[in-house]
Design a protein around this ligand. Structure first.
Ligand code: MSP
Length: 511
């Protein structure tokens, strides 16, 4: 039986249109899901939309729509975005679905039955934009006297009856859990922040609201809807079949990794494991957080008018170019800037030149000089062996980097091999060998194909369409593109299709 692997994206608020911040986490999660499938895992990849709460209710009202109609429309748009980004999700969850309401009600009942919920009164600060409660001490006062959350979101004073979760009792269990599971929060800078936050002491958490209706009803408590984060986090177990622990899907729980943005670490690394422990449900194995993108160095915002629509980006530069850029340009956990110049540079230099030309040069020599027939391997020189060894080491290197979500390092490993192959072809000069030593020319060309095969195989999760084309041209059968298939050499004498460019160069028409 294949080992299971469960990876999730955050579920996106449907208060507005998708932007690159949403596309980014989804693409990273997609690379992870595709890589695990390639490596023989039984993968469950979940994405979806977060549709309840005050923020969404307000957005629906502002649009003059009924909330359900509004969320149906925006959720469809997010799904379209995921499809256009090539996101290979296995399930798309919407928190307004009946399966999710049932799952939340059951999780609430279990937490309550274990004695961790009590009725009280909440009085304090709330930021609708973050859907988060804040302590006075976390706020800053603006020159006009208004207060804002650390995220910059405006806060309002809220006073209402509320159910509470006894989060304060979970300080020790959480700290013990982080200690025993050092890989639970990544990167380590975020882990340190969480640990010191929890060490600082935890307040009980308000988990129901009574001043609006757009939420999941609290069982047996008329007038109360669940706090949107309790509702939202539960999506990860709903999709795995909860509360039906006999469901086939339940084999995927606990999740292997939740990929999230750095702004929502506290919810995932503190509240979520505490809720699950309180309910007696296993906790996820890892929460890995990404940094934020700015645009040409500026924070993306509606007021600046620089919000980038991911589907536009894809129309301009191509899907695989955008996917590659996202994962190559900055470390996953760090912040980075999306710029036109950087994207074009990577697309033209790294994709079109380094990789595209390598394939084009090697394959057209095979087409021209060998009738497109894949030559046999021959006696390997030191130069041949060094290159082949480096290429064959890629699956192992990538496996490790992808498991740690250091995607950019994995891509750097691949490009080291690509650059080495370009050096090799220049040194060996197979075009010159054609006259002086045709047998050696054939061996050199075979070494190049045997180098490009693992390169294209491990790059499939990043650039599925282009790498499918490249593997076609290398004569790799469609059913032999898993990592495990690399152990079986390509058949000598395979007829290769005529070579064709895989990465068009981006030409700036306005320049
Ligand atoms: N609905 C919650 C998540 C619930 S998960 C149980 C939410 N939604 S969101 O739509 O506001 O944000 C989703 C993700 O987008 C977050 O992980 C956030 O970090 C990410 N990003 C939003 N803007 C971003 C950038 N500019 N750059 C990178 N990611 C950013 O939070």
């Amino acid at each position: 039986m294949k080992p299971t692997y469960y990876v999730t994206t955050p579920i996106y608020y449907v208060n507005g249109a998708p932007h690159i911040g949403h596309a980014y986490t989804s693409i990273a999660a997609d690379v992870l899901a595709r890589f695990k499938r390639l490596d023989g895992f039984d993968v469950f990849f979940l994405t979806g939309t977060d549709e309840h709460g005050q923020k969404v209710e307000k957005a629906a009202a502002a649009a003059g729509k009924d909330p359900q109609q509004f969320v149906d429309d925006v959720a469809a748009d997010f799904r379209d975005m995921a499809d256009k980004m090539g996101i290979s999700y296995d399930d798309f969850i919407r928190t307004t679905e009946p399966r999710h309401k049932a799952s939340c009600a059951e999780l609430w009942k279990r937490i309550a039955a274990n004695g961790h919920i009590y009725l009280g009164h909440y009085e304090g600060w709330y930021a609708v934009r973050d859907e988060a409660f804040y302590d006075e001490g976390e706020l800053t006062t603006r020159p006009d006297g208004s207060k804002v959350a650390p995220s910059g979101a405006p806060v309002e004073w809220v006073r209402e009856p509320s159910y509470f979760f006894d989060l304060s009792k979970w300080q020790e269990p959480l700290l013990a859990f982080y200690e025993a599971n050092p890989e639970f929060i990544a990167p380590s800078s975020r882990r340190n922040e969480v640990v010191s936050f929890v060490k600082g002491g935890l307040n009980d958490l308000s988990i129901s609201r009574t001043t609006f209706n757009w939420g999941i009803p609290v069982p047996d408590a008329p007038g109360h809807v669940m706090y949107v984060w309790l509702d939202a986090l539960t999506n990860y177990i709903t999709a795995a079949g909860f509360p039906d622990e006999a469901a086939d899907r339940w084999r995927f729980w606990p999740a292997d990794v939740h990929l999230i943005g750095k702004d929502i670490v506290r919810f995932h690394a503190v509240y979520w494991p505490a809720f699950l422990m309180a309910a007696g449900v296993k906790v996820p194995k890892r929460v890995s957080s990404n940094g934020w993108w700015t645009v040409e160095g500026e924070k993306m915002s509606k007021s600046l008018g620089n919000v980038i629509e991911p589907r536009k980006l894809v129309e301009t530069y191509g899907l695989d170019q955008v996917r590659y850029f996202f994962l190559r340009e900055k470390p996953f956990g760090a912040d980075g800037s999306m710029s036109h110049q950087a994207l074009v540079m990577r697309a033209n230099v790294e994709l079109a030149n380094d990789l595209g030309n390598l394939a084009q040069r090697s394959l057209s020599l095979i087409a021209r000089n060998l009738g497109g027939v894949l030559p046999a391997r021959g006696d390997a020189t030191e130069d041949d062996t060094a290159l082949l060894d480096a290429a064959n080491a890629l699956p192992g290197l990538l496996r490790d980097k992808i498991d740690r979500q250091v995607f950019h390092e994995g891509l750097e490993d691949v490009w080291k091999v690509i650059r080495a192959a370009n050096g090799y072809i220049d040194r060996q000069a197979p075009w010159a060998l054609r006259k002086t030593d045709p047998a050696r020319m054939a061996v050199v060309l075979r070494v190049l194909v045997d180098t490009m095969r693992p390169v294209a195989t491990v790059l499939q999760p990043f650039m599925p369409t282009s790498m499918a084309k490249m593997l076609d041209q290398l004569g790799v059968p469609a059913d032999a593109r898993q990592l495990a298939d690399l152990a079986t050499p390509l058949a000598d004498g395979t007829q290769l299709p005529p070579p064709a460019g895989v990465f068009p160069r981006y030409v700036d028409e306005t320049a």
